[in-house]
Design a protein around this ligand. Structure first.
Ligand code: KG4
Ligand code: ZN
Length: 353
């Protein structure tokens, strides 16, 4: 065990119940995630109250499994960390209340963590399979999730400057909405990636919103273009889940065209930002960073430009407790503590311009 001790981290901001035990912000002793994806797939998306109740149902079994995996006890834990925003209020409250109770009963300090900072700090979790051990400052990070899409510059730990963000939909949200229009199961991201990989024709081109020299993103025009194409090729407003009126081949081709458009804009802007700030590394995180095409394209572009890409393995890109433990370790070292009156902050920002 390294100095600073172990952090027990709780994540419940959206639809994954995650609890991890992390050593020194790097080493994962346990990282248990109960995913509600299968449950929400039946509804075609997340129903907030259903998500909150599922956290309530799973949080204790997830903790039990984390203890069993880590083989440590309360004496080894230095602090309890919890995501306090941004996210769904009801979901956040379950994790916050649980973490508070643990901190109170076991007399441990409570460390609040911004979910987006968690996605960023996933890049500092140890991964033997990676060539670059750790990101170097200054760096540019692209965080792409279901609720957020933004580019930040980091000059040092916990020091952020917002370079750009989405002006409408998040990239993951665009994947989910277009996946639904294509009749693919929820969440749309992995389903579109899989469909696109089987496209035999790669000539569908959807628009890219460059927004001039800005580092902001916009995906609503792309979503509208996809909706129009799908509507003209079927008899109306897209399709229902699992029942596309489009052929499987056509779904694959449209998935390919859509994914290319999103990836092209994300990669081009990130590399331009990295060049502009003289970055020594590029970091990629958030659920959409599980996308193979985005990972490969950004890795190739970054390597060609001389700054390596650091991207966590896919299971650490989607929501999990370990990333919260990684960020908590830095926040803890910087003196961050929450009182037992800690509340959920659904719109908590990470950085300003
Ligand atoms: O970070 P995350 O797990 O939850 C949020 O904080 O939002 O991200 C979930 C998002 C969903 O929109 C999902 O469709 C997307 O990440 N996603 C993907 C892939 N895997 C998950 N998007 C594209 N390709 C993937 N392989
Ligand atoms: Zn997330």
């Amino acid at each position: 065990m390294t100095a600073g001790g172990l952090i027990l981290a709780v994540e419940s901001s959206c639809d994954e119940t995650g609890i991890a035990i992390v050593d020194g912000g790097k080493t994962i002793l346990a990282n248990v995630v109960a995913s509600q994806v299968a449950m929400h797939a039946a509804m075609g998306g997340i129903v907030p109250e259903v998500a909150a109740r599922a956290h309530l149902r799973w949080i204790v079994p997830v903790l039990d499994e984390a203890w069993a995996a880590a083989g440590v006890g309360w004496d080894d834990i230095a602090a309890v960390a919890v995501t306090n925003g941004p996210g769904l209020a009801g979901s956040l409250l379950v994790g916050i209340n649980f973490a508070k109770t643990l901190a109170y009963v076991h007399a441990k300090p409570l460390v609040p963590v911004n979910h987006l900072e968690g996605h960023l700090y996933a890049a500092w979790l140890a991964d033997e399979t990676r060539e670059v051990a750790e990101p170097l400052f200054p760096l540019v990070a692209l965080i792409v999730s279901g609720g957020h899409t933004f580019l930040v510059e980091m000059t040092d730990h916990l020091q952020y400057r917002l370079l750009g963000e989405t002006v409408d939909d998040a990239a993951g949200e665009a994947f989910d909405k277009v996946g639904r229009l294509l009749g693919l199961p929820y969440p749309g991201g992995p389903a579109i990636m899989k469909a696109a990989a089987s496209a035999t024709r790669q000539d569908v081109v959807f628009p890219r919103a460059w927004l001039g020299d800005s580092f902001d993103f916009s995906f609503s025009g792309l979503k509208t273009a996809a909706r129009r194409t799908i509507a003209t090729e079927t008899d109306g407003e897209g399709t229902s889940i699992g029942e596309s009126a489009l052929s499987e081949d056509r779904v694959a081709e449209l998935s390919y065209g859509f994914q290319e458009s999103v990836v092209d804009v994300l990669v081009t802007k990130t590399l331009r930002a990295a060049r502009q700030v003289g970055a020594r590394s590029v970091v990629l995180g958030g659920g959409v960073a599980a996308n193979r095409v985005l990972r490969d394209r950004l890795a190739d572009g970054a390597a060609a430009a001389g700054f390596p890409l650091v991207v966590p393995r896919p299971s650490l890109c989607t929501d999990n407790g370990a990333m919260i433990g990684a960020a908590a370790s830095r926040r803890w070292a910087a003196g961050a503590r929450a009182g037992l009156d800690l509340d959920a902050r659904p719109s908590l920002p990470l950085a300003r311009r």
